[in-house]
Design a protein around this ligand. Structure first.
Ligand code: CUA
Length: 300
């Protein structure tokens, strides 16, 4: 009935539809009885109250029928819940690391990415954790959602049966950048996925910096197109004059190599004026810093 691009979508939808249909049927019946009684037992027709006799049969019916309905709702929910909670043993495993404010995906062969690429018609298990606060990974199209908790591993699984690109949201309020904590699931034909999965990461130096900004999660808070996000944009940053707060004192510095290095390695030293002091310290090598700086120089 609904658009169901994964095995889990249909399961959740049918339980949902079952419950909603019962609710609608009950709403219609109760409303109908209410209106009917309004006329039937109107005071004008019955100026004097009459004694109402109890009806055992009626009482049994209105106890047993709702009990069965509620148990059926529980049963449908429970069967599908168990199915969704238990990934099959042959599922492809992907590690998910949530952090303020980006998603990071790691594959068994060491491949890493900021978007989740998966093959079509293959069960995928997400093994999730967080580096800081509680986040929650939600893929609306697949109707699955689970918290990512620091110091803990949580799981989700799905088997996508329609190629395409689907949204990933964070659905646990996790700070200023929460609404920017977005990513995608890209469901690809098996051969396309394999060629991506097996491809060696031999990016050119410029693309390298761009790739790093994505995989390190920088683009969770910064943009490269000039629009502001949680942090200042990288567009036109290199070589510009930046107003920062150093120990609460305002000063203007030139965004050169030293400044960019400093702001990545010690993000709390100079806070760009007008932005929250929330940037985490990321592990970056010297070579990676060089690539990031080289890429920033191209963002005019
Ligand atoms: Cu992460 Cu909200």
């Amino acid at each position: 009935m609904f658009w169901e691009p994964s095995n889990t979508s249909g399961k959740v939808d049918s339980a949902f539809l079952f419950i909603v249909s019962i609710c609608i049927a009950l709403l219609v019946m109760v409303t109908f009885a209410m209106i009917l009684f309004l006329f039937k037992y109107n005071k004008k027709k019955h100026p004097r109250g009459e004694e109402v006799k109890e009806s055992t049969a009626l009482e049994i019916v209105w106890t047993v029928v709702p009990t069965i309905l509620v148990l059926l709702m529980f049963y449908y929910g429970w069967v599908d819940f168990r199915y969704i909670r238990n990934p099959p043993a042959n599922a492809m495993k992907v590690d998910v690391i949530a952090r303020e404010w980006s998603w990071h995906f790691k594959y068994d062969n060491g491949k890493e990415a900021g978007v989740l690429r998966v093959p079509i018609n293959k069960p995928v298990e997400l093994i999730m954790t967080s580096e800081d606060v509680i986040h929650s990974l939600f893929i609306p199209a697949f109707r699955i959602k689970e918290d990512c908790v620091p110091g803990m591993k949580t799981h989700l699984w799905f088997n996508a049966d329609e190629a395409g690109t689907y949204d990933i949201f964070c659905t646990e309020y996790c700070g200023v950048g929460h609404s920017h904590m977005l990513s995608k699931v890209i469901v690809m034909p098996v051969s396309d996925f394999e060629s991506w999965y097996q491809a060696k990461e031999a990016a050119p130096p410029v693309g390298g910096g761009q790739q790093l900004l994505e995989t390190k999660g920088c683009l969770g808070c910064h943009t490269t197109d000039g629009s502001p996000k949680v942090g200042p944009t990288f567009k036109g940053l290199y070589g510009s004059k930046v107003t920062v707060l150093t120990n609460g004192k305002e000063r203007i510095i030139l965004a050169d190599d030293a400044y960019i290095k400093q702001s990545i390695l010690h993000p709390d030293a100079d806070i760009v004026k007008g932005f929250p002091a929330v940037m985490p310290i990321l592990p970056v090598t010297d070579k990676e810093l060089q690539e990031i700086i080289a890429y920033m120089k191209t963002l005019k």
